[in-house]
Design a protein around this ligand. Structure first.
Ligand code: AMP
Length: 629
């Protein structure tokens, strides 16, 4: 079947289409209804059906490939490399599940996972899925304030963590940050389960903290049956940044997500049981959920969990992994490829990469230079794919498992099946013509696998995503885009205050709030500025309460470092601005609204845009002067 026909089927008869796709997973009890869309924009998929993500990822494969690799945990930081077969993974997940049960975790309870990229993190996610607990993984790069906010929103009964992670040869403490986050948070988890890697001193809090190795030893023979869950039960909450300072908990279901992953693994990522998949992301991001842990395992593939950087011990490391484990499908981000490009090519060329069939790149715009370079080097198709934490799987790409659709440089591809993608004029709400810029929107219902709601806040889900075009059936992605006459889309940046640093999504408001907590700062604006390597970096312009504190270049530098360390401590180094400039005035409209876009334009050497409403044009000159100082 042509992709066009496949796509049309998914849009014109979604229920029949997704009924068919649902056969890709195991159901304990068949569903009564494929889709319940009686309360738009909420969509319930596979109503009444019972299944389980852990069963589909692990147990399901025991009959046919119990002894084949399932999880390959590689750390180039600790030099630990271990392969778990499906049978071994099954045993470890049951041990973890038994520990959770013994700590009082019940179906529907939240478990927050704050862990480095170690096998135990995957055990914890799968164990939650097994017993019907709801995991909320928080990226290890986030610090105590970010973590505390998430603890207060998710209200976990248990936190699973470790003494430390490791990056670039240095231990990165987790436990002290977690202790601080719990101290900051109003909600107090009953227990903290800790994996001691021997990287950092770890003091256990009596009555609350539990050592994982000790607990595991008590549950070595644990047999924990799968808890069958109604398809629309919650599987996880993953926080993501938006326009406000408060991150949103993206809530996902069980059945729809399992089907979407099985389906995308087949049609887009073309993975087959017995093959090896290598996604270089982190479990703290959506890619880690969909395409490190659940997707590949649901497809019966071995999945690689990698702790380390792309360039240690040298820039050949990822390719040595591809050779050694005969990786067939690899998933990374454009920034990582740009990093590799700066290193000697011999490091890449010395490995046998003949197993590799395609490289998938996502998370940020893929520029043509990077794309062409890596395509030539690897000699395999480069498959850009565009999606979001909210959707859980690609919105735009090419489904090479359906048809070998051609790709187009600079475009992530065409609309993926199930997504009725529209380009909408932001002022009129009408659909844009070909090649006309508008907001990328999706006509509801969203396909299986997409977010169910904002955790604990249905109204925020409706207000944030479905109320932008006076048309409740249009979901806004908050990305600008165009569609060409052939149906290929081009993404042109965010419409909101979200920035994308090395594929990591950050809210400028969160960073501003953090900087404002420095006692010397009275006001601040943070913008995303184009960067050759990372796509974008955050740049801050701050007004001081006492300007005389930053008159000399030395004083400025010292204060800048102080502000950066506040962000490091509160949000994590991932959110640290690349520069903090001090000004005495920020560009604002007469009504007091910050003109972030104008600041951004000046930083990128562009015209500042429409300035008819600006209160004082000299504020822009200050920005310019700060940049050239
Ligand atoms: P996240 O939710 O962290 O995955 O970030 C999603 C956002 O990253 C999208 O809304 C886009 O702004 C951007 N993004 C993700 N994938 C791509 C891509 N392939 N091309 C361009 N932008 C992308």
């Amino acid at each position: 079947m042509s992709y066009a026909a496949f796509y049309q089927k998914s849009i014109q008869a979604p229920e029949a289409f997704w009924d068919q796709e649902a056969k890709l997973i195991d159901w304990h009890k068949p569903y009564d209804q494929v889709l319940d869309h009686s309360k738009p924009p909420f969509a319930k998929w596979y109503v009444g059906g019972e299944t389980n993500l852990c069963h589909n990822a692990v147990d399901r494969w025991l009959a046919t490939q119990a002894d084949q690799p399932a999880l390959i945990a590689i750390s180039t930081e600790t030099n630990i490399e271990k392969t778990y077969s499906f049978a071994e993974l099954h045993a470890e997940v049951q041990r973890m599940a038994a520990i959770m049960l013994s700590l009082g975790v019940k179906q529907g309870d939240r478990v927050l996972i704050y862990m480095p990229m170690i096998a135990e993190a995957a055990f914890a996610m799968l164990a939650c899925a097994r017993i019907g607990a709801v995991h909320s993984v928080v990226f290890g790069g986030f610090a105590s304030k970010s973590l505390g906010t998430r603890i207060d929103d998710a209200k976990p009964v248990l936190v699973v963590s470790a003494d430390a992670g490791m990056r670039g040869g240095k231990a990165v403490p987790y436990k002290p940050l977690l202790d601080e986050a719990i101290a900051l948070a109003e909600h107090k988890p009953a227990h903290v389960l800790l994996v001691n890697r021997g990287l950092d001193e770890m003091k256990l809090v009596a009555g609350r903290d539990v050592d994982y190795a000790t607990a595991r030893a008590q549950h070595l023979d644990a047999q924990v049956p799968v808890t069958w869950l109604e398809s629309n039960a919650m599987s996880y909450v993953l926080y993501t940044s938006g326009t406000t300072g408060k991150p949103k908990g993206v809530q996902r279901d069980v059945g729809g997500y399992a089907v979407a992953l099985a389906s995308s693994m087949k049609h887009i990522f073309c993975g087959k049981p017995g093959e090896t998949y290598f996604a270089t992301s982190d479990i703290g991001w959506v890619v880690g959920h969909s395409y490190i842990v659940y997707g590949p395992l649901i497809a019966g593939m071995a999945t690689i969990m990698y702790e380390g950087t792309p360039i240690r011990p040298d820039a050949g490391i990822w390719w040595s992994i591809v050779e050694k484990y005969k990786v067939t499908r690899m998933f990374s981000a454009p920034t990582a490829v740009r990093v590799l490009k700066k290193h000697p090519l011999e490091l890449m060329r010395k490995y046998d990469l003949s197993s590799l069939k395609a490289l998938y790149l996502a998370g940020e715009p893929l520029d043509e230079t990077t794309s062409s370079w890596i395509a030539t080097e690897l000699g395999v198709p480069i498959v850009d794919n565009y999606w979001q934490t909210e959707t859980g799987w690609p919105i735009l790409s090419v489904a090479r498992g359906v048809e070998q659709t051609a790709t187009r440089l600079g475009s992530p591809g065409v609309a993926m099946y199930g997504y009725d993608v529209r380009i909408i004029n932001e002022n009129t709400g009408a659909e844009c013509a070909a090649n006309e810029k508008g907001v990328v929107a999706i006509k509801g219902p969203l396909p299986p696998g997409c977010m169910q709601t904002v955790y604990g806040d249905d109204q925020r889900f409706v207000n944030t995503y479905w109320s932008n075009f006076s048309h409740e059936q249009l979901y806004s992605t908050f990305d600008w885009g165009i569609r060409d006459a052939d149906g290929y889309y081009f993404i042109l940046g965010r419409t909101d205050d979200v920035i994308n640093v090395a594929g990591h999504r950050l809210g400028t408001r969160e960073i501003e709030e953090s900087i404002s907590s420095h006692p010397q700062i009275s006001e601040v604006a943070v913008v995303g500025v184009e960067d050759k390597l990372k796509g974008q970096v955050a740049v801050a312009f701050a007004i001081l309460k006492n300007p005389e504190l930053a008159e000399t270049p030395e004083q400025k530098r010292a204060l800048e470092a102080e502000v950066m360390s506040v962000v490091d401590k509160q949000l994590g180094a991932v959110a640290r601005p690349s520069r903090v400039h001090f000004v005495s005035m920020l560009p604002k409209t007469r009504s007091g609204k910050l003109l972030r876009r104008s600041i951004q334009a000046i930083c990128e050497g562009r015209e500042a845009g429409d300035l008819t409403t600006i209160e004082d044009p000299s504020s822009l000159q200050q920005i310019q002067a700060a940049l050239t100082a």
